[in-house]
Design a protein around this ligand. Sequence first.
Ligand code: PAF
Length: 286
Amino acid sequence: MIVARTRTSLHEARATLPGPVGVVPTMGALHEGHLALLRAARRRDRSVVATLFVNRTQFNDSSDYAAYPRDEAADLAAFQACGVDLVFAPSIEEMYPDGFGTRIDPGPIGADLEGARRPGHFSGVATVVAKLFNLTRPTRAYLGQKDWQQTRVIARLVEDLNLPVKLVIVPTVRAHDGLALSSRNVRLSPDQRRAATALWRGLELAASAWDDDERSPAALADLVRVTVQAQPLATIGYAEVRHALTLEQVAVADPPLVIAVAAEVGGVGLIDNVVIGEGLMEDGSL
Ligand code: PAF
């Protein structure tokens, strides 16, 4: 496994990789959710590139950036164990040299939900992902379902800027109690962690109500909201039923659909979702 820390060394190493090339962009603090992305890339592509960069510009809250877990040695060992060929682990200066000024605005798809909760977040994501795709030149990029809005923002970016990459969305990996795996979960105390499972319990209730033919977006969202609000340690951010691809509001809960929830537990921002519709995971294109 090659570890490239500069754009020049990445360029040299990338030139030696046979295609198709899969890229897994990460901010490190790897957990089973990331490993599922890496394994999906390893199964499908001839070469696998992982990126490791905690991107300051997508954190609207500097304390969240400071508290973001970092363990490069463990991350590199996990990449190695998953058969990654090349890791790009640049410094901040390498990604954002003096004079850097461009910001990509993904437009309405990034404006509400997480975009409203974290102003500037998706502009930071879109800008760094465009740079990472240009630098690594992947055939496919693997993204996790947990960050559903992020997958839609990146799909918009790929479409709008004609980036030659296919997106593959990999289903959320959950702990035994249903909590969606996230690098932020390590910051939860045992009580907070128990409270955090309300996100998934609410989503499960909504999904089973949908299976039982409930088609009112408000009624489905209420099931999630009420379940989260029943936890004194959790503060609801939003519970929404949206069109899964455009993220627009829907009058009737027909597929393709995403039921998305966000909450704060002990100051830690958590998100989760269920997606209802055929073929949305495998092929993330618009
Ligand atoms: O999902 C993440 O870890 C990040 O948002 C990403 C895609 C690596 C961009 O920094």
